[in-house]
Each structure stands twice: as C-alpha cells, then as structure tokens.
Design a protein around this ligand. Structure first.
Ligand code: C2E
Ligand code: MG
Ligand code: MG
Ligand code: MG
Length: 275
C-alpha cells in the first residue's frame, strides 16, 4: 500500500542518488589530481576574418583527458573547478600554456593571431588576478591577448566586473563579451564595461538562417555593436550560408565547425600558421 510503495520508491531513489554522489566525488577527486599535476591541455579554434577568409585570431579552449573517464567536457570540469574554488588556479595554468605558445609562435611565424582566453566570474573576485596575468604574460605585448568573459558572468557582480575589466584594459589587454545575447546586460552597462568585442552567441547564429526574426536580431546586434564601436565575432558557424549572411550583415569575424573545430596546438600550427 501507499506507505510501503513510497518507502520502496524512496529506497530506489536513494540508491541512484548514492551512485550519483559516488560518481561526482570520483570525478571531483580525479580533477583535483589532474590540476595538481598540470594535466590539463589547451586546444585552439581559429577565428576567421569573414571578408578575407584569413585566420586572425584563435580561441583557447581547455581540455581534460582522464585515463579512466576519457575526455571530460569543459562545461563539466569548469563547474567542478568552480565548486572546488580553484577556477583561478585553472585559469593561471591555461594562461601559462597559452603564453608559452605565443612566445614560440612569435619566434617562428611571420604573423601570429590574437589569442583569446576565457575567464570565469570566480577569477575576477580579486583585482590581484589581473597583476598575476601581467606577470604570466611578461615580455608579450598585452594586445596579443584578449580575455573573454560571458555576459552572464559579467552581470553576476557588475561593480566588481567593472573594476576588473578596467584594470585589464589599463594594461592593454583586449576584452570580449562571450555568449552575447544570452545574458541580461543593459546598453548602459555595455558602454561602461568598455569592451572591444561582442561575441554573438551560437544560438542566434544557428537560428538566423531558419527564421527571419533571428536574422533581424543578429542584424540588430551587429548594428548596435557598430554604433558602440565594438567589433563582432559570430560563434558556432556551421554552414557556408551562415558565414555568407554574417559577412553581408557586416560581422567582422567568425568561428565554428564550418571553418575548423578546436585543434591541438600541433594541428593548429600545421594548418593555420605559416612562415
Ligand atoms: P565558449 O567560450 O562559448 O566556447 C565555445 C564553445 O563552442 C566551445 O565548446 C567550442 O568547442 C564550441 N564550438 C565552436 N564552434 C562550434 C560549432 O560550430 N558548433 C558547435 N555546436 N559548437 C562549437 P567547449 O570547448 O566545449 O567549451 C565550452 C565552454 O567551456 C566555453 O564556451 C567556455 O565558456 C568554457 N571554457 C573552455 N575553456 C575554458 C577555460 O580555459 N576557462 C574558462 N573559465 N572557461 C573555459
Ligand atoms: Mg569563449
Ligand atoms: Mg561563447
Ligand atoms: Mg559558452
């Protein structure tokens, strides 16, 4: 009867819950070790000038491959790192690896694309993070690096975000708002944050060739960016049609599987850099 049924159901649920907790704590423990051993790597996705087709930038995307668990997606391990309070440490490791690559490229290649590094809200809890970025990137011109911050992360604590973005800009780093259109920033904030680039979220890019309204929305974002003197990068371009439409609307750059997937550093060098 009722009580017993509930009791039984509760038992099953409890069991699944226990398994879930075990999986999560395993993942969390493996991640702790991977970070301590500096096992995370970085991949690079080309950012293409839509007018010329040239690669003018590259976004750094963190990767974690675990012997037992296989490759764990960044959305999962970034959440773990955030929960463990170590996103700042992860960010330093990513920037160190990135700067090592840029240094190597500057010695070897005639043209080196601007490199974009993602940072999350937890990383700008303190202003000293910016000074550490400067230390890690020493001897490199700040303009060689762009930091990407998602619109929703910027809006978590706009006052703090404002202080950090100002400091980053004072050092000469470029700033991009990532996943633009999915958060809730106001035009007033957009102007205050003083960023250089808007990255149009892939949900709009992928919808724009399917419905007129999304197309108009993207056109409006690009026009607004132009008014504010910002350049635009469209994310998640998967078809020639999307690339063409974005170019015609005046979007400067694009990235997505249509041009290239995120690549290992070796693949990126081989395919996209030349003497
Ligand atoms: P994001 O910064 O918006 O990066 C774009 C994501 O879209 C990447 O997923 C990329 O692989 C994927 N992508 C690129 N082109 C296409 C396409 O044409 N179609 C589709 N469907 N997807 C495409 P990824 O590598 O899984 O990264 C997910 C998110 O994890 C990133 O979103 C970023 O927010 C975060 N992330 C990655 N690396 C780092 C890092 O080093 N630090 C921080 N704080 N966050 C990171
Ligand atoms: Mg990004
Ligand atoms: Mg994005
Ligand atoms: Mg994203």
């Amino acid at each position: 009867y009722e009580a017993k049924q509930n009791g039984l159901r509760y038992c099953i649920y409890d069991d699944q819950l226990a398994q879930k907790v075990r999986d999560e704590s395993k993942l969390s423990e493996r991640f702790r070790v991977a970070l301590a051993n500096q096992e995370l790597t970085v991949h690079l996705q080309p950012q293409i000038d839509l007018q010329t087709g040239n690669c003018v930038g590259a976004e750094v995307l963190c990767r974690w491959f675990d012997e037992e668990l296989g490759s764990v997606p960044p959305d999962v391990f970034i959440a773990i790192a955030t929960k463990q309070g170590v996103l700042t440490e992860l960010g330093y490791q990513v920037l160190e690896k990135t700067c090592a690559l840029i240094r190597k490229w500057r010695e070897r290649y005639a043209f080196v694309p601007v490199v974009s590094v993602n940072i999350g809200a937890q990383q700008f809890a303190s202003l000293e993070v910016v000074d550490e970025f400067v230390k890690i990137s020493e001897h490199l011109p700040a303009q060689a690096i762009t930091f990407e911050i998602t619109e929703s992360d910027l809006m978590l604590d706009p006052q703090q975000a404002l202080a950090v973005t100002e400091r980053l800009r004072n050092y000469g780093f470029q700033l991009a708002i990532d996943d633009f259109g999915t958060g809730y920033s106001s035009l007033a904030y957009l102007q205050q944050f003083n960023v250089d680039i808007l990255k149009i979220d892939m949900s709009f890019v992928q919808a724009m060739t399917l419905d007129e309204q999304s197309k108009n929305l993207v056109a409006t974002i690009i026009a607004m960016a132009r008014t504010l003197n910002l350049s635009t990068i469209a994310e998640g371009i998967e078809t020639a049609e999307q690339a063409k439409l974005l170019k015609d609307l005046g979007c400067q750059q694009g990235q997505g599987y249509y041009f290239a997937r995120p690549l290992s550093a070796a693949e990126f060098e081989q395919q996209w850099l030349h003497d």
